[in-house]
Write a protein that binds this ligand. Sequence first.
Ligand code: ATP
Length: 374
Amino acid sequence: MIVRELSLQNFRNIADCTLTLGEHSNVLFGSNAQGKTNLLEGIYLFSTGKSFRAGRERDLIRFGCDAATLTLRFQFQAREQQAQIRLFREGRKKEVTLNGVKLKTSEMLGSFSSVLFAPEHLNLVKEGPGERRRFLDFALSQLKPRYYAVLSAYQKTVAQKNALLKDMARFPQLGDTLGVWNEKLAANGAFLVMNRYQYLSRINTLAAGIHRDLSEGREELSLRYLGFHEGLDDSGYRDLGAITQAFRRALEERESEEIRAGVSLVGPHRDDFDILIGGESCRIFGSQGQQRSAVLSMKIAECEAARAVFGEYPVLLLDDILSELDPQRQSYILHHISGKQVVITTCDRDRFAGLAQQNLFEVENGTIRRQQGL
Ligand SMILES: Nc1ncnc2c1ncn2[C@@H]1O[C@H](COP(=O)(O)OP(=O)(O)OP(=O)(O)O)[C@@H](O)[C@H]1O
């Protein structure tokens, strides 16, 4: 996967710019708050249809403007392609086209792939389960377009069931329809759990090997899926029927608890996974360095898993992460990115002087200037 060119109009603090990228390393440098991350965000939007930052879609549109346009020219499987996203502040839904054909966002997924490395990914270890579910959901949405569609349907059903559970406090007779929502949740939720489990197993194997290298053979990283389905073993998790049954059982067992709480408590929207080093929780017992290595291993594993599906590496987006890493981890990642297309943001233009075939861009107040390489 190679990005040739990104054009942005009225996106974040960028009024109008075109960034023509090289096939290898592309370094965007500049002071803080100039628009470097905004450029990565623009590229990433084409992989998942969503920003990696929290917030509303309309926040992506430049202050005072009614619409934003993003155009990406890229090469995938030896074919030059062009995708466009238009965002509107009011009245109109997001518009997506691929090679001139209008699509739903879900239909564009899988056409272009990128993997982001950002300092906030440390939250995968440090924070609550929402971060880890996002990791799985963002990765799987790119690899398997149907996953995104099922996830959207599932989330809608959870919201509808929550509204019902809330209303049941005043109108208990509404409980007659609870079974209908639970059945919908079980069908779609089982699909999500099966895919997450299989993906996490793949990442587990890849990340364990990378972490072993990073720790020079001293540490064993493992990832373990956690959910409502206590009784399922490895083969059960690969069987949609078995997961659906386990989900139904869990919904029955916890029905009165859900009614009391007025909120849906069981399902993949509550699932999580453990990140363990030597069998112990990395969040509780891991040092800063171990936590960084675990996250780095998982992100590199995400790239490898994408390559296995697409037959090509995704575009790597490194948002100012190297300054956070010690020299050993820096050199590991620099070694790993060589030969792939990478877009790197940094405040320090000299940090990447050693990268081969480098293109250098200065970002200042939402404008971009190409510079002579070092
Ligand atoms: N919708 C918007 N319209 C206009 N400007 C915006 C919008 N959203 C964010 N910005 C501006 O974009 C700038 C932040 O850009 P960005 O996050 O890309 O910074 P950066 O160059 O990566 O900086 P750092 O090195 O600190 O991470 C801020 O000045 C912010 O006010």
